[in-house]
Design a protein around this ligand. Structure first.
Ligand code: TXE
Length: 529
């Protein structure tokens, strides 16, 4: 077995290695807790200016950043592939293309999405009052990101936070720190003012220092275990947190599906990015009567996949990200074996290459009692289980601690929608798989242990602003009936108010007017005494 070098984090420096070749990709500074605090302080100062920067200027900067990416597209794709191990094709299709789309969308639409909004306050509106919600930037947003989509996850969140008027301190994964620095460079070339975005590289210690630094929000993407630590620590300073913690995503295939298409989707959904996507297909449930045929198609298609270093344009399955990650996959495959499941293809490291490669693995005879059907694998494995009825498929899919995405395959769209709505996951796709993180316009996040809060979409933008309610009363002369000066008459007024005004009906409230005037007179008289 080849020796595999992990990204060693030294006291002052992180050395980043290509997991496919073990060659050095680059070195970056390792930020201490004190340096993180300093970065947050600089960020606070920069916020005072950035918050007042007009949307049009923010938009110009983000659109220029897109141009920088387009001009350096090949170089950036190669860097992603070298540092993380994914195929060049996926660096383009799953990182660069979707984040460019997200950038143009939020550059052009954030102002509209955050426009002050008048609220209908019912009958109070007829009493000279009005309510308006304005959306204010939070301040300094700390983003802690993972290695599996080292460009698109952090950059998408950075752009949304900046467009909303926040400044950002980004802590990229220690496995992909050079791309983290590339993000800062892209925005610097796009002429983002100094300290509006700062990148603080480092491992968990640096991440933890960022959580402690009293930022105004933490956007965290990573494991459940670390997510819990982040939430616990953030609670000490009452820092709000958004957590995106991965999944154990089910794919349900009914007998009436287009089997050719569904099997290609399953193979791509399980093995793209070497299975290291939070929305990878990690559990496949196929209807019993087509299970044999469908499994055969999957095995055939899996065995045709080209594996190798991601820098080769024809490669479909690159290396994994790290030795730690491949060990989890080995453990899960071994556990499947021990629990009586059959490994139909793959099942071991691919030793033809220097780095950490695991052969795409198809497993038959899996069931929900097996440990690797309950824990996130984050690797190129596709365990297959069977079901008989629609209800059973729904129960199996929901029988998990996670709930990020799910996928339902059927020729009957009515059934597709019916089943989709019964699955507890942040996103459920019908005849589609995995890719919706790439739709920046829609909310991204999960139920249950997959986390809370949302990134992307209007919902994600709302995580990055504080709604402020501005309430105005234009009736300057009369006191409010509920003010002090309580009496028998006051209690009668509130009784009638509960029965009429609080019904929301203008008609019923008309009957309340005499009592209201009586009460107002009482109050003004008392005041005059
Ligand atoms: O994640 P971590 P790892 C899952 C996947 C994978 C497992 C472990 O199952 O096998 O997590 O991956 C920073 N305070 N996902 O070890 O530790 C860390 O430096 C603050 C799913 O990479 O969660 C990195 O920047 N930050 C996932 C980030 O947290 C801390 C994507 C994620 O690291 C910290 C990646 C601390 N105490 C892995 N400790 C998804 N949701 O898609 C670490 N970090």
């Amino acid at each position: 077995m080849s020796a595999v070098i992990q990204a060693p984090v030294k006291e002052n420096e992180i050395v980043s290695y290509n997991p496919a070749t073990n060659e050095e990709v680059g070195r970056v500074k390792n930020f201490s807790a004190e340096e993180v605090r300093q970065a947050v302080e600089n960020s606070r100062k920069a916020f005072q200016v950035w918050r007042k920067t007009p949307f049009a200027e923010r938009r110009r900067i983000v659109m220029r950043a897109r141009e920088v990416i387009l001009a350096q597209m090949d170089e950036i794709a190669k860097l992603i592939s070298d540092e993380m191990g994914k195929p060049l094709a996926e660096a383009m299709s799953a990182e660069i293309a979707p984040v460019l789309d997200l950038m143009q969308f939020f550059a052009k639409n954030t102002e509209k999405m955050l426009r002050p909004e008048k609220r209908n306050i019912g009958l109070l509106g007829l009493m000279g009052r009005s309510s308006k919600i304005i959306y204010k930037p939070l301040g300094v947003v700390g983003i802690i990101s993972p290695w599996n989509f080292p460009l698109s996850i952090p950059l998408g969140e950075v752009v949304m936070a900046l467009m909303a008027g926040n400044t950002v301190v980004l802590k990229p994964s220690e496995l992909t720190p050079v791309i983290g620095e590339k993000i800062a460079e892209i925005l610097e070339v796009a002429r983002l003012p100094k300290n509006v975005l700062q990148v603080v590289s480092g491992d968990g210690k640096t991440g933890s220092a960022l959580v402690d630094a009293n930022v105004d929000k933490i956007m965290f993407t990573g494991s459940v275990a670390t997510g819990k630590k982040v939430a616990e620590r953030a609670a000490k300073t009452l820092t709000p947190v958004v957590l995106e913690l991965g999944g154990k995503d089910p794919m349900i295939v009914f007998a009436d599906s287009n089997l050719d298409k569904a099997s290609s989707a399953a193979v791509w959904g399980a093995f793209t990015n070497s299975g290291q996507a939070c929305s990878s297909v990690e559990r496949l449930y196929v209807q019993e009567k087509i299970a044999e045929k469908f499994t055969r198609l999957i095995v055939e298609k899996t065995e045709e996949l080209q594996q190798g270093p991601g820098s080769d344009e024809d490669v479909e399955i690159g290396s994994m990200s790290s030795e730690t990650q491949i060990k989890i996959v080995e453990d899960h495959v071994e556990e499947f074996r021990k629990s009586g499941a059959d490994i139909l293809t793959g099942g071991k490291r691919n030793e033809s290459f220097k780095g950490v490669f695991f052969s795409p693995t198809v497993i038959k005879g899996a069931n929900n009692e097996m440990r690797p059907m309950r824990e996130e694998t984050f690797g190129p494995t596709l365990p297959i289980a069977t079901f008989k009825t629609e209800d059973e498929a729904i129960d199996l899919a929901n029988d998990t601690d996670f709930g990020l995405t799910a996928s339902v395959w059927t020729g009957d769209l009515t059934r597709g929608k019916r089943v989709a709505e019964k699955i507890l996951a942040g996103t459920v796709m019908v005849n589609e798989v995995l890719y919706t993180h790439g739709i920046g316009q829609t909310p991204w996040g999960g139920f249950k242990d997959s986390g809370y809060g949302r990134t992307h979409g209007k919902e994600g933008l709302m995580e990055l602003v504080a709604p402020q309610h501005i309430h105005i009363n234009r009736f300057l002369l009369t006191p409010d009936v509920w003010w002090f000066g309580y009496s028998k008459n006051a209690v009668e007024t509130f009784k009638q108010m509960s029965k009429t005004f609080s019904s929301g009906s203008v008609f019923r409230t008309l009957g309340f007017m005499p009592q209201m005037w009586k009460r107002i007179k009482e109050l003004t008289k008392k005041k005059g005494e």
